[in-house]
Design a protein around this ligand. Structure first.
Ligand code: ATP
Length: 235
């Protein structure tokens, strides 16, 4: 579904990612793990069209998308939940969700999806008229994911959904990501929470200093000595 070849993105002189090659097959969950500053957010922002790559290709559903505008990429079926969530704090939960569907005009489909969000995220149902900014971190993350899903993406990109959240909330988020995937949405997730991200992943890639240094199934990476040593506290 998503195929990235030799992708390089720079900030001025700094090459934040250098020749990344990875694949996200349809129906799967793929995790990209790495430490702070490894280039995870840069990768996601490049895929979502917010940064222009210096070199390489991004093919999504058979179509080249590198260098396309962010709204064209959403329209093609790809939605990013950015690091830090970026929900609209002064808008209500309902308005945030409606914003996610702004490029659609299938009223019935939007209504159906809104109902589906209420099932996946019951907490949002209770709080439709609450301002987004007044919700807890975990609730805001749920809202950010639900908002992205309102564009009915084929591929959902999650940039560090567990950041700053308590372990119990993190577990809820990963559980719902699995459910979303089971209902047909392909997922690419970047995380510093290596254990959780590999547990739910069909396949994973390890990013270090802008390059992929290791890849394998989620299980294989969880049991890999190098991953254990560097990311799982040597366990
Ligand atoms: P984090 O977990 O902190 O988000 P990350 O793995 O997502 O880390 P990136 O944010 O992609 O990493 O950053 C990769 C590299 O690019 C880092 O060395 C970072 O300092 C640099 N970088 C990121 N954003 C910018 C920017 N706007 N201008 C210059 N350098 C940047």
């Amino acid at each position: 579904m998503l195929n990235i070849q030799n992708l390089t993105t720079s900030y001025g002189q700094i090459k934040a990612i250098r020749g990344i090659t990875l694949e996200v097959p349809e129906g799967k969950i793929v995790s990209l793990i790495g430490a702070n500053g490894a280039g995870k957010t840069t990768t996601m922002r490049t895929i979502a069209g917010q940064l222009k790559p210096e070199a390489g290709t991004i093919t999504f559903c058979g179509q080249r998308i590198e260098g396309s505008r962010p709204h064209q990429i959403v329209k093609a079926g790809l939605a990013l939940v950015p690091e830090g969530r970026a929900i609209l704090g002064k808008m209500t939960v309902l308005e945030n969700l409606e914003m996610g569907a702004f490029q659609r005009n299938d009223a019935q489909g939007i209504k159906d999806d809104m109902e589906k969000m209420m099932t996946w995220f019951p907490i949002l149902k209770e709080r439709l008229s609450q301002l987004g900014g007044t919700m807890s971190g975990g609730q805001q993350q749920m809202l950010a994911i639900a908002r992205a899903l309102m564009s009915r993406p084929k591929l959902l990109l999650l940039d560090e959904p567990s950041m700053g959240l308590a372990p119990i909330v993190v577990a809820d988020i990963f559980k719902v990501v699995k459910e979303i995937n089971a209902e047909g949405t392909t997922v690419l997730i970047v995380e510093q929470n290596v254990k959780q991200a590999l547990k739910i992943a069909d396949y994973g890639y390890v990013l270090e200093a802008g390059q992929i240094v290791l890849d394998g199934t989620g299980v294989a990476l969880l049991n890999d000595e190098r991953v254990k040593e560097a990311y799982l506290g040597g366990r």
